[in-house]
Design a protein around this ligand. Structure first.
Ligand SMILES: Nc1ncnc2c1ncn2[C@@H]1O[C@H](COP(=O)(O)OP(=O)(O)O)[C@@H](O)[C@H]1O
Ligand SMILES: [Mg+2]
Length: 484
């Protein structure tokens, strides 16, 4: 059975029991109060009747008394009996005479004192409605005369309790209404409370189910300041931790796969390159020899030129491939980054000139030297500069800016190379550092892969930078080693 249902059953039973008990006690008190009030009224009524009939009673005028009381009988005052000092009936209304047990005996003790009374409730058959009984409160009080201690007799009256019962019924009805509304409000409140308690629990359960299915991404949204809130918070912390661990594991896995992939690419590439290199050299030499023949017509010469161009391309490819696959140790030394940049620019100057590309350089002052393999870093810069040069149109622009970044893990020199070419589409950004990824018809796709390999070897990083201007932007970060 769900927690909420159980809670509701308990609360409803508890509230119901409580309401019934309280109402029962109130009802008892009310009924007693009504009875007491009726009794007081009855005694006053009896004394009043005595006052009215005192003279004829003392004079023994029973007819006079009877005439008076007959006129006072109504639906509330059912009967009146006067008893003389010997406790014998003196006068009574007519209808009561046939109820001998009521009429004949005075119920008062012979020794009764002034102010004392006798009270009894009973049922007598209703005159007007045969078969039904009237509930009656019978009260008998002694008759004393002012200034005398003699008891002259007594008066017994029967008062209908129908009015009183009506009042009781009304009181009971009101109490039941109050009880029901109280119960309703209580149960409503309990339902709300149950919802407030169980809703976070439901969320908690939902969260646990999701976590057990491996979905750590959704936090449980409970902000209450109680135990459930604390539980939810620790749950969220736990799933955050799990999520973090999973991300790290995935990243580690990716790195592992990447490393394995690179290693096997490297092995295969190296063996292919070695296989091709020797035959290619002899093909090249032979073609050169044939090309030296003066008797060739221009069509044959053109064909040989195309072959030589193709061989040049294959040689270039093998060079790059071996470059990429060779794992060589870094020859580290202190270099000024600006110097390396200048050397790279010098090496690419002709290519820039051919395409009329403008190159701008911005250098922050006071850059520290970096502890790197100068040749390798130059190679990285050349790869990126070549790409930029290929990307821009004639008359395009390349900018190199050098600056110092200070982070938590020490200082880094940033080399930013940006161009005003078409830029790198977002969907390609993930791939451009992969080996053999190229969008160019004669591209090899090893320039950036090689660049990344070298920079990672230097414990630095290379990534696509955020530049406001259109075009591509590459950031190379090289950590500055503390001078030893
Ligand atoms: N400056 C640049 N502007 C636009 N795209 C670039 C730029 N640099 C690199 N790329 C993209 O990255 C790919 C990979 O570059 P790279 O590894 O040097 O291989 P390749 O130059 O042989 O294609 C390129 O084919 C090109 O699509
Ligand atoms: Mg390239």
């Amino acid at each position: 059975m769900p927690l909420r249902t159980r809670f509701m059953i308990y609360i409803t039973a508890l509230l119901g029991g409580l309401v019934v008990l309280v109402l029962f006690l109130i009802e008892q008190r009310e009924v007693r109060a009504i009875f007491e009030e009726q009794k007081d009224k009855g005694i006053l009524n009896a004394e009043y009747l005595v006052q009215l009939n005192l003279d004829p009673f003392l004079l023994g005028d029973d007819e006079g008394v009877e005439e008076d009381i007959e006129g006072r009988i109504d639906q509330n005052l059912i009967y009146v009996v006067f008893y003389d000092r010997n406790q014998k009936p003196f006068a009574a209304n007519k209808s009561i005479r046939k109820y001998y047990n009521i009429y004949a005996d005075s119920k008062l003790d012979p020794e009764v004192k002034k102010g004392e009374y006798f009270l009894e409730t009973k049922a007598i058959p209703a005159e007007t409605n045969p078969g039904r009984y009237l509930r009656v409160m019978e009260i008998e009080v002694p008759i004393y005369v002012e200034g005398s201690s003699t008891k002259w007799g007594s008066i017994k009256i029967g008062l209908s309790l129908e009015e009183m019962r009506k009042e009781e019924r009304q009181t009971r009805l009101i109490l039941i209404l109050i009880g029901c509304s109280g119960l309703l409000i209580g149960v409503g409140g309990a339902a709300l409370m149950a919802r407030r308690i169980t809703k976070p629990l439901d969320k908690l359960v939902d969260g646990t189910v999701k976590i057990s299915k491996g979905d750590f991404s959704q936090a449980i949204d409970i902000d209450s300041q109680d135990e459930i809130g604390e539980l939810a918070q620790s749950f969220n912390e736990m799933s955050q931790q799990l999520q973090l661990t999973r991300k790290r594991m995935e990243a580690a896995n990716r790195r592992l796969i990447q490393a394995e992939k690179l290693a096997s690419i490297g092995r295969i590439s190296a063996s292919i390159a070695h296989e091709i290199r020797n035959p290619l050299t002899s093909v090249k030499l032979n073609i050169q020899k044939v090309a030296e023949n003066k008797g060739l017509d221009h069509i044959d010469k053109e064909h040989l030129d195309i072959s030589q161009e193709g061989i040049g391309h294959i040689e270039n490819f093998i060079k790059e491939l071996l470059n990429f696959t060779r794992v060589s140790d870094l020859e580290l030394n202190y270099f000024s980054v600006e110097q390396i940049v200048d050397e790279s620019i010098k090496m690419i100057r002709n290519t820039l000139k051919l395409k009329d590309v403008e190159l701008a350089k911005k250098v922050q002052e006071g850059l520290p030297q970096v502890f790197v393999d100068g040749d390798k870093i130059r190679q990285v810069l050349l790869n990126i500069l070549h790409n930029a040069c290929e990307a821009v149109d004639n008359g395009g622009k390349i900018t190199i800016s050098l600056s110092l970044l200070k982070g938590r893990r020490g200082q880094k020199v940033r080399i930013r190379i940006s161009d005003n070419g078409p830029g790198i589409p977002i969907k390609e950004r993930e791939n451009i550092f992969e080996p053999f990824y190229t969008t160019k018809s004669t591209g090899i796709g090893l320039g950036l892969a090689n660049a990344r390999k070298i920079i990672v070897q230097h414990k630095g990083s290379i990534r696509i930078g955020e530049n406001e201007e259109p075009g591509a932007c590459f950031d190379i970060l090289i950590p500055c080693e503390e001078e030893k």
